[in-house]
Write a new protein. Structure first.
Length: 368
């Protein structure tokens, strides 16, 4: 009576008549009453034990069949079309010379895992080797009063250089160089780490230092502040005709128009004063009254050149200059016919034309 051999799913593998064998699979199957079955049975068992270890694939594999490839020292499984590695990484110091796509390799010298793409070995991780120690981004969880926080730490040679966080918090467990962690990137304060390069914007400037790195890299402490009183050792140039504006209501302006300079008090009816420190006393030698346009001069005035007056002379004091000379010369160097007067002791005014008291007085009044 023939044997019908079925696979696990019920499909027939072979039908073996009495006293015969079947080699349609990787194992030798024998029928009823086959006289040499003992040797074949034992060989089948050995093949199963060694997973058919060989340099070549089994000739008639079934789906799910195992084969140990002695070329690559890998256990492979038949997927219905080809034998594929069952998984696991080779652990050795040199890259395997024979590999299949998807194979893993553990480099025991570098402590790194590589995978084979089918044409080359690619690093899977970690990004640093055993001699470099922890370097690159490392995901960590830090405890805080507000709960655990997930952060990305940047390491270089096993030293944490920076922490990337989505929120600001204070670690409840001390972190060297990170007393406070802020939204964004926080640098290790113990390293004196800074960002080098070019930035398009910054929310703050560290003004603690005044030591410039170079002529083009200026320390934050050397910039004039807009929110506090400050001092500069250099000249300030305003390269605009609108000039300088002073006061919370912009009362004082110094401006330029067509190369003409104007100093202006812009508040209506308000004064403009120039003061000096005279021996510790503040004095105002020159003042402009905004409501009247009047000019007040306090102190002695020295005029080099001509004094031209348009308008009347008004003396509010009795300090009128007197002259001891009886002869006063006026209009010197001009083309007037009468160039001098004599004030006579008897009250008259005479001239080189011989005016009497009345005529001289009238002429003097006319000249005035």
């Amino acid at each position: 009576m023939a044997y019908t051999i079925n696979k696990t799913d019920g499909t027939i593998v072979a039908t073996i008549t009495d006293g015969t064998i079947n080699t349609s699979t990787s194992l030798t199957l024998f029928g009823k009453s086959y006289s040499g079955f003992g040797e074949l049975l034992n060989e089948n068992l050995v093949k199963l034990l060694e997973n058919q270890a060989s340099t070549s694939t089994p000739t008639a594999p079934l789906t799910g069949e195992l084969w140990f490839d002695t070329n690559t020292a890998q256990l492979k499984v038949y997927d219905g079309s080809a034998f594929k590695p069952t998984g696991g990484a080779k652990s050795q110091s040199a890259q395997p010379s024979s590999a299949s796509a998807g194979d893993f390799f553990h480099d025991t010298d570098l402590d790194q895992i590589f995978f084979y793409t089918g044409s080359a070995w690619q690093l899977l991780g970690p990004v640093f080797n055993s001699t470099q120690t922890l370097s690159g981004w490392y995901i960590e969880t830090l405890a805080s009063g507000g709960g655990d926080k997930t952060v990305s730490s940047m390491y270089a040679g096993n030293t944490r250089v920076a922490i990337l966080s989505k929120e600001t918090f204070t670690p409840s467990v001390s972190q060297t160089g990170f007393a406070q962690i802020y939204i964004g990137i926080t640098l290790n304060s113990t390293l004196g780490a800074v960002f080098q390069g070019t930035t398009s914007a910054a929310s703050a400037v560290d003004v603690s230092s005044t030591s410039n790195t170079s002529g083009s890299v200026i320390a934050g402490g050397n910039f004039l502040r807009a929110d506090a009183a400050d001092t500069t050792t250099g000249a300030i140039t305003i390269d605009a005709d609108t000039g300088l504006i002073v006061g919370d209501a912009q009362e004082l302006t110094i401006s330029v128009s067509s190369n003409n300079v104007t100093v202006a008090q812009t508040s209506q009816d308000k004064n403009l004063s120039f003061t000096i420190n005279d021996g510790g006393v503040t004095k105002t030698p020159l003042a402009f009254t905004g409501s009247t346009g009047a000019v007040a001069i306090t102190g002695d005035v020295t005029i080099t050149g001509n004094l031209n007056i348009s308008g009347e002379y008004n003396s509010t004091t009795s300090n009128v200059s007197t002259y001891d000379d009886a002869f006063i010369k006026v209009n010197k160097g001009k083309k007037e016919t009468i160039t001098s007067f004599t004030i006579c002791p008897v009250g008259g005014i005479s001239s080189s034309f011989g005016f009497g008291a009345n005529e001289g007085l009238r002429y003097a009044l006319t000249i005035t």
